[in-house]
Design a protein around this ligand. Structure first.
Ligand SMILES: Cc1cc2nc3c(=O)[nH]c(=O)nc-3n(C[C@H](O)[C@H](O)[C@H](O)COP(=O)(O)OP(=O)(O)OC[C@H]3O[C@@H](n4cnc5c(N)ncnc54)[C@H](O)[C@@H]3O)c2cc1C
Length: 418
């Protein structure tokens, strides 16, 4: 941060500090926080974005240039105002916000139809891991470029035979002079075409060492031996793909933490990310949009009943989210299973809302869907048809519904492992 931007940033922080000092109870603090954020955000983001039914939850693949540009613009606006990484500590360029404030921010941005910033993987996934575990040299090298969006990161964890069971991964990292040589094949690597860096796990121990033998690496996508092949997904986009690592040399300076500590690093921010990955606020905006589009009075009785059921379930999920946030703040062990429960419930409601919308629209939703083409934002049939397909991934990424249910079974119900 230099020049005027740093002055603006400090002034901004001071004003927000006042808001917290003036308020006396936690509810007043968060209420005041919401009002101030809303005031800022509604002026900062273009009003015409608000005319859309809802914003996409993740930035789209390269096939949709307009929506990709919007995600870039979001990153720029949030970064310039010091809001790009609200959960990071202030001294690292964040705002030091707790979960409650982060959820408020997500809700306000979803209401204004603001998409995720283009560099969200660096901000939400890698950044917190570097802040907690990286050397000072690595932090000062990488964090500012994550904040500015100059570096875009992709995540190389999953492999063809290691998804839910990540510890089964086969990609190896062989010790050589000054670093490691990494060889293997990753899959479902999102945004590999636009990322210029990748954070990945590879095996430095034996296969039998499972999660204890993994190490956390950073590599430029331009390194010799790195290649990425797109895979087109159900909704027609090409945002994820296959990452091939063909004897890639990774110097010691790009190893985060000690050899064999990769699992601990990768898991450290997972619980909080699961809570954010539930995307409760985005689900709320979708349900409200459906109500607006469908005019309940004109719906068939069975559809009205389904809408009522989804609405009630979402209210329960919003309450569950409040409980999970207070568990997270107090360090309660209940946080882990509440966050898992929230991810299952919210992603299934999102799918239910999209299916109901498509059922109400009927045949136009089938004919409006143009596989692999940018979605026509002005056409509700096209938007909801795409949402129905896109929402299918929500019960897979960030841990499948079955895995979340296993967590609930073990931690909440005390059932035996597996
Ligand atoms: C849109 C999208 C983006 C993604 N982006 C990335 C990315 O950027 N980087 C990355 O590394 N990965 C990414 N992933 C991969 C994602 O993390 C994996 O798909 C997920 O972990 C599941 O692994 P899998 O696909 O190998 O399925 P598997 O683990 O093979 O599971 C197959 C089925 O078996 C079930 N199952 C597996 N184990 C159990 C069990 N113990 N008990 C009960 N049921 C079980 C699963 O629930 C699932 O239904 C992405 C996935 C999606 C959908």
């Amino acid at each position: 941060l230099t020049g005027n931007r740093s002055v603006r940033y400090i002034l901004n922080l001071m004003t927000w500090g006042d808001a917290v000092r003036e308020a006396t109870t936690p509810d007043q603090v968060t209420g005041e926080f919401r009002l101030r954020f809303r005031r800022w955000a509604s002026e900062a983001f273009p009003a015409e974005w608000r005319t859309e039914w809802f914003a996409s939850i993740f930035p789209p693949g390269d096939q949709d240039q307009r929506a990709t540009e919007r995600s870039r613009e979001t990153h720029r606006i949030l970064h310039e105002a010091g809001w790009i990484a609200p959960g990071w500590p202030i001294e690292r360029g964040g705002r030091g916000c707790g979960l409650a404030e982060r959820v408020i921010i997500a809700e306000e941005l979803a209401t204004l139809r603001v998409p995720r910033p283009i560099g969200f993987q660096g901000i939400d996934l890698l950044g917190p891991t570097l802040i907690e575990h990286a050397s000072e040299a690595q932090r000062s090298r990488f964090l500012p470029r994550i904040l500015s969006g100059d570096d875009l990161w992709c995540q190389g964890y999953s492999e063809p035979d290691a998804g839910s069971d990540l510890a089964a991964m086969r990609t190896t990292a062989r010790r050589v002079l000054g670093g490691y040589v990494v060889a293997g094949r990753k899959v479902w690597t999102s945004y590999g075409s636009r990322a210029n860096w990748c954070f990945l796990l590879a095996r430095t121990g034996s296969r039998e060492s499972r999660h204890r033998g993994l190490t956390f690496f950073l590599t430029p996508m331009s390194a010799v031996g790195v290649s990425w092949r797109p895979i087109r997904h159900l909704a027609g986009g090409v945002d994820f793909g296959e990452l091939l690592l063909d004897d890639v040399f990774i110097p010691d300076e790009n190893v985060v933490g000690a050899a064999g500590e990769g699992w601990r690093l990768a898991m450290s921010s997972l619980g909080h990310e699961r809570l954010m990955a539930a995307n409760v606020s985005a689900t709320r905006v979708r349900l409200d949009s459906l109500r607006e589009m469908a005019e309940p009075a004109r719906m068939r009785p069975a559809q009205r009943a389904r809408l009522a059921e989804l609405s009630l379930r979402l209210e329960c999920v919003e309450e569950l989210q409040r409980q999970a946030m207070s568990d997270g703040a107090s360090g309660s062990p209940a946080f882990a299973y509440r966050a898992a429960l929230l991810k299952v419930a919210a992603s299934e409601i999102r799918q239910g809302v999209a299916q109901l919308a498509v059922a109400i629209i009927g045949q136009p939703a089938v004919t409006a869907s143009r596989y692999g083409m940018p979605v026509d934002a002005a056409d509700p049939a096209a938007v909801w048809a795409h949402e129905m397909l896109d929402s299918k991934s929500a019960t897979i990424y960030a841990g499948t519904s079955e895995i979340q249910r296993n967590i609930v079974a073990e931690l909440a119900l005390g059932l035996p492992r597996g």
